[in-house]
Write a protein that binds this ligand. Structure first.
Ligand SMILES: [Zn+2]
Length: 325
């Protein structure tokens, strides 16, 4: 065991985002490099009590008063000394985990060209599903593995990105989307000319459940979170619009749709548009999330709670009955 621990070097080199990710701390962005959320140390009620500043690499909880550097955080989480915390972080660093960006607001950039995607002739290898970015967004490793999502270090445009495989409704791999983790643009990189309007993300898995009810969300992470919370029949638009091909594919397989888009203004607008489009074609339940919320920011438990209300059949609009039922 080394007798000299370089505390300053650790505080400088180990990112708070990485450490928060390790402990599955889920925060939401509240400023340029500012994040807020429930305090993982005292676990209290305050949803905004815990603040993290990724530039200064410091955290502070306004409820329990805890605060400091990555070392203070690890020591508090583990109930160990600062020295033990430092040794632990040194070990983690030598194990070679790449630093990651923390939570994000999940906006997507998409292309608008139209061409039915054909199956890819290759598969990316050596993807790491245990990346801390996924943990920071509340995605469990087995969820990531199930979706084939992982950090990619190989050659090509997706190098250093989190890659998300996209399949057509027959389950054939048609594209990868690369999610930037270092703030580079585009945040979501699709292949040139990829027609997202022709694809519903996760439709092949959702259809295989045999369920008649499907949850419709905006993004990849929303989809993975709903799936992880136990609702396997969930598909994502990869944006905030429902295109005709997507609508057709959706209605071919499902009779009831639970629409759960982001709570922001774009999501609210899309909810109105899509509701108008779907309500005469299927039973529809619309979930209005609060303005600052989107499905991937909810805990598994919160998602289950929201969807359980639906099981009781509240507020379903059924075109056969011509009213909400
Ligand atoms: Zn606290």
């Amino acid at each position: 065991m080394g007798n000299c621990v370089d505390f300053a070097a650790i505080k400088r080199s180990v990112g708070l985002a990485l450490v928060l990710g390790r402990y599955h701390v889920l925060l939401r962005r509240s400023g340029r490099d500012q994040y807020r959320g429930r305090c993982p140390l005292h676990g209290g009620e305050g949803r905004e009590a815990f603040h993290a500043n990724l530039t200064r690499n410091l955290f502070h909880c306004f409820s329990c008063g805890a605060g400091g550097t990555v070392l203070d955080f690890v020591a508090a989480m583990e109930g160990c000394t600062l020295r033990e915390a430092a040794l632990r972080l040194e070990q983690d660093a030598s194990a070679g985990s790449p630093a990651a960006a923390a939570v994000d607001d999940g906006k997507q950039r998409v292309t608008k060209k139209s061409k039915v995607p054909t199956p890819l002739g290759f598969v990316l290898r050596s993807m790491h599903s245990a990346h801390p970015y996924l943990a920071a967004r509340g995605i469990e490793q087995r969820t990531a593995t199930g979706f084939g999502v992982g950090f990619y270090r190989g050659p090509g445009v997706f190098c250093g990105r989190l890659v998300i495989p996209i399949h057509n409704q027959r389950g054939e791999l048609v594209a990868y989307c690369g999610r930037a983790l270092d703030g580079s643009e585009p945040r979501y990189r699709f292949p040139p000319g990829f027609a997202k309007s022709e694809i519903l993300f996760n439709l092949h898995r959702a259809a295989a459940t045999g369920e008649r009810t499907v949850v419709l969300v905006e993004g990849f992470f929303d989809c993975m979170k709903v799936y992880q919370a136990g609702t396997r029949a969930v598909v994502a638009l990869m944006g905030a619009a429902l295109y005709p091909s997507q609508q057709r594919a959706l209605l071919e397989r499902f009779r009831r749709v639970i629409l759960m888009l982001d709570g922001d203004s774009a999501g609210q607008r899309a909810t109105g548009t899509i509701t108008a489009r779907l309500r005469t074609h299927c039973a529809l339940r619309v979930i209005h999330l609060p303005a600052q919320t989107q499905p991937d920011l909810l805990s598994d438990e919160e998602i289950r709670h929201i969807l359980e209300i639906d099981v009781n059949g509240q507020a379903w609009h059924d075109p056969a009955l011509g009213r909400a039922c």
